[in-house]
Ligand binder design. Structure first.
Ligand SMILES: [Fe+2]
Length: 324
């Protein structure tokens, strides 16, 4: 879909040109959105944030796809790249491949972890990210200066495995500076909005991977109980504490590679912070969220216990290796 800039200048966006040059038809959608109205009042010039989530580097997702995602992110000429977790699938077997993929992103790059990272070993995955010059925000925030403009990046650790602490992440946040947040789990957004963060980028659902006939909304929204399944939710208008959250469709998968439906396509998302909502053509506007159903205490405990259990297995395996 041509945007206003393309129509007025006759130039095509760089990511569309790159896609034509790629040898195989792209399986990755590039979706573009304006930021929150508050950002338009805070920024003198727009900042371009590229969001990529759920790489799941491993056996299920071809490296060609991973490299294409990085190339599309770079082709957008971002001021900053945001990665919102699930870098691996079920273990540490593909950390070399992860290094190779991460090295392709042209920074600055900021990241938060997802549930698969905690289950696979958060210490080792953080190390890989940091060696790739990616700043991992574990319930913390940082101020980034881009071309003379400051923006705050808040990172919330994974809520699915019980590692999220929004209060800690926003402590000391400057309310006169623009802010966005990264959180693998989108449901953390409401708490972030209350603390003055108007736009949250997230992942985890992979858009449900099958979006035909609203199947993803039915399963992930109604059956599993997610409030937010894929795309933009909330509001980008100024007003009482409120905000928007974007759930990216992600790039990879941990179990099933199948993706069916336009909205299920792998995705690189561009956010133009500082451009008011409605000023550019967008894939869709804000959608109403589902009622949502938080996990029971028992379910939450099971997810957290899996992190501990997996770490014990890795420790035992390392101990056996040392004794040999
Ligand atoms: Fe994921």
């Amino acid at each position: 879909m041509p945007d206003r800039l393309s129509r007025s200048t006759g130039l095509r966006p760089p990511w569309e040109l790159l896609r034509e040059l790629l040898p195989l038809r792209s399986s990755i959608a590039v979706r573009r959105f304006a930021g929150h109205a508050v950002h338009a009042t805070q920024l003198e010039r727009p900042l371009r944030i590229v969001h990529v989530t759920d790489l799941h580097v491993g056996r299920v997702t071809p490296m060609r796809v991973q490299f294409e995602a990085a190339a599309l992110a770079n082709a957008a000429k971002p001021d900053l790249i945001a990665l919102t977790g699930d870098f691996v699938c079920h273990g540490q077997r593909y950390l070399d491949e992860l290094r190779e993929v991460l090295a392709r992103f042209e920074g600055p790059v900021y990241a938060t972890l997802g549930n698969h990272d905690h289950w696979s070993g958060s210490r080792e995955i953080r190390q890989v990210l940091r060696k790739a010059n990616i700043e991992v925000l574990d319930n913390a925030h940082t101020v980034v200066e881009i071309a003379g403009q400051k923006v705050q990046i808040v990172g919330v650790d994974d809520a699915y495995t019980g590692h999220a602490d929004v209060k800690k992440a926003v402590r000391g946040l400057h309310h006169d500076l623009p802010a966005i947040a990264l959180s693998h789990i989108a449901e953390e957004a409401e708490s972030l909005w209350e603390h003055g963060v108007p736009l949250v980028l997230s992942g985890h659902t992979h858009a449900g991977q099958v979006t035909v006939a609203g199947l993803n909304e039915m399963i992930f929204g109604c059956v599993i109980g997610h409030r937010y399944v894929h795309g933009l939710y909330g509001t980008r208008q100024t007003g009482p504490p409120s905000g928007a959250v974007y759930v990216g469709a992600g790039i990879g998968a941990a179990v099933m590679p199948l993706r069916v439906g336009q909205r299920a396509k792998r995705e690189v998302t561009i956010f133009e912070l500082g451009l008011p909502p409605g000023s550019i053509d967008e894939e869709h506007g804000e959608q109403p969220g589902h009622a949502g159903r938080p996990p029971t205490a028992r379910k939450q405990a099971q997810r957290a216990a899996k992190v501990v259990r997996n770490q014990q297995k890795r420790d035992q395996a390392a101990h056996r290796t040392r004794r040999k």
